[in-house]
Design a protein around this ligand. Structure first.
Ligand code: ADP
Length: 549
């Protein structure tokens, strides 16, 4: 806007200048002054055309040239007999006056332009000063220096791998920018409470050695009206000033809950501001937003679109091996005589956070009992207390375990059958680790949708019911279908709409339903194995299926 204003002034000034020059050129006196004798002899010889009296002069043309002579010096009477003369009573200085007028306007224009420019500069400066003051003003939006590294986070090796690239980018942004590589702006960590999402984000900041800005989604919406959006703006201002940096938004669903239903203007304004900030990032800003949620299916679609939180990393409850390594971390500096396999076995469904408080409670219990080392019985004594404690721990009942195992087995069998690469599948991982590829075909994407719909189809077939554990997969299926339509144009009508999306999903669902019906016995067989072992690898799936088919 500033530039166009500037341009307008330049245009105006040039137009005025040109106008003045033109007026000066056309209206200015162009005739030659001649003496009375010459003029009188021209009159006598009838060699005068277009004569006119203007002010004190007689103007005329003769032989193609313009002349003027003081009117009192010539024989006007003679002239009147030779040629008609028009008398014009104009001011001979009109041209000069006009030119001066235009030049005056020009000067005023220039002065105004200079003043405007100064005002704009002053305003910019005062904004800068205000911003600098704002940054210095004590605020609770302050970065922390994280000294957490991946060593402090146990298990979740796949998650670490997925985040390696981002750490490298934060460490050496230049390397990526030189190659024109666009980094993800937002990473969404999806997983139940207490599995270490915050810890992971801190570890990314710690590994990369960049400032870490923590905000909980709730803090944006539980304050006065209009403050949420302002806070988001301030957060990003500060992060950009400290870049490269990580902004972590915990429980983003508090802000990004899908719109519709009960409207909450405050939340909507905050969400819009967040979207604006993320869209406004230049690739070189060096700010990466990590957000955490345990309810991706509740998030507003706008947040999941390309350029926003387009990278999603799933963090599951730890499986048996992972629980063991988490227990190891928290028992490292405590005297004990524990069989970690045993403790790990009895803590199915415990998150990292729950395990950490379990170890702590057990240590306190042992100390109170006057013991010098922690034993298994100390764990048994406090287990229920931790389970009922403040932190809600996810524990499956036997029925729920059966449902979940069948659900996961259906996905594994489908993936195996459709040739989709995967590593392993577990009872607790509410998502399925598939191997990433660079170029993916329409068939592969459709197959992936089928895998995400497989669990739900199995529930329907085997239990005659649908369950809430399908939520994540259904959302993923929908997002893939949307990408196929909106991003990759894999439909008949190029970049169609919701109808195309629904068509893809409906076709995939009907395909998978008939597949599940055929594979039911194999799935049940695999689900028993998952129940027994908690995690099975792709190799295991292969063996089990080959025994049956
Ligand atoms: P979330 O953000 O997913 O709710 P947090 O990151 O807040 O979980 O985890 C809370 C605490 O639980 C952490 O500070 C840490 O002490 C412990 N914790 C959770 N997961 C792990 C893990 N994988 N390894 C080590 N500690 C963990």
């Amino acid at each position: 806007m500033e530039i166009s204003k500037k341009n307008r002034y330049i245009l105006g000034v040039s137009a005025l200048l040109i106008a003045s020059i033109l007026i000066f050129a056309f209206l200015r006196e162009r005739s030659h002054l001649i003496d009375a004798t010459t003029a009188n002899s021209l009159i006598a010889n009838s060699m005068i055309e277009d004569a006119k009296i203007d002010g004190a002069y007689l103007y005329f043309k003769s032989g193609g040239s313009h002349y003027r002579v003081p009117k009192d010096a010539v024989d006007l009477k003679k002239l009147y007999t030779v040629t008609p003369v028009s008398v014009k009573e104009t001011n001979p200085y009109i041209a000069d006056l006009l030119t001066i007028g235009f030049l005056a306007i020009l000067v005023i224009y220039l002065l105004r332009w200079a003043r405007k420019n100064r005002e704009i500069k002053e305003q910019q400066l005062s904004e800068q000063i205000q911003f600098a003051n704002e940054l210095q003003r004590p605020s609770d939006i302050r970065p922390i220096v994280s000294n957490i590294t991946f060593k402090d986070v146990a298990g979740i090796n796949e998650v670490k791998e997925e985040l390696e690239e981002i750490i490298d980018f934060l460490k050496n942004p230049g390397k990526y920018l030189d190659f024109g590589i666009r980094m993800p702006r937002g990473v969404l960590l999806v997983g139940p409470p207490g599995v270490g999402k915050t810890l992971i984000a801190k570890a990314v900041a710690g590994e990369a050695g960049v400032p870490f800005f923590y905000q909980s989604g709730a803090s944006f919406v539980q304050i006065y009206v209009g403050m949420g959006a302002k806070r988001v703006r301030e957060l990003f201002k500060r992060a950009k000033a400290a870049a490269p940096a990580i902004v972590f938004i915990d429980e983003i669903d508090a802000v990004g809950k899908a719109r519709g239903g009960m409207r909450n203007d405050e939340r909507e304004a905050t969400l819009n501001q967040l979207l604006t900030e993320m869209d406004g990032f230049e690739d070189s800003s060096g700010v990466i937003v990590i957000a955490a949620t345990n309810k991706i299916e509740m998030l507003d679609d706008a947040l999941l679109r390309p350029g926003r939180f387009d990278r999603r990393v799933y963090v599951s409850l730890p499986n048996k091996e992972e629980r063991k390594s988490i227990l190891k971390i928290y028992l490292a500096n405590k005297p004990h005589s524990l069989d970690l396999d045993e403790i790990s076995q009895m803590t199915v469904g415990f998150s990292g956070a729950a395990l950490s408080s379990l170890v702590n409670e057990a240590a306190i219990y042992a100390l109170k009992s006057g013991k010098s080392i922690i034993e298994t019985e100390d764990f048994l004594a406090v287990k229920d207390k931790v389970l009922l404690g403040k932190r809600k721990v996810l524990t499956y009942s036997e029925d729920e375990k059966r449902i979940q195992a069948a659900y996961q087995a259906a996905k594994a069998v489908t993936a195996y059958w459709l040739g989709i690469e995967f590593d392993k599948i577990g009872l607790l991982s509410d998502h399925f680790q598939s191997v990433e590829k660079e170029i993916v075909s329409k068939t592969e994407m459709t197959n992936l949708i089928k895998v995400h719909l497989a669990g739900d189809a199995m529930m329907h077939l085997h239990f005659g019911e649908r369950f809430t554990n399908a939520a994540h997969d259904l959302k993923e299926a929908q997002l893939i279908a949307r990408d196929m339509v909106e991003r990759y144009g894999m439909t008949e009508r190029l970049f169609g709409g919701v109808n195309e999306e629904e068509k893809i999903l409906a076709e995939a669902r009907s395909d998978i339903e008939s597949f599940i019906a055929r594979a039911e016995s194999g799935i049940i067989r695999l689900s028993k194995e998952i129940l027994r072992r908690e995690v099975v690898s792709k190799e295991d799936v292969k063996e089990i299926l080959h025994e049956i088919f």
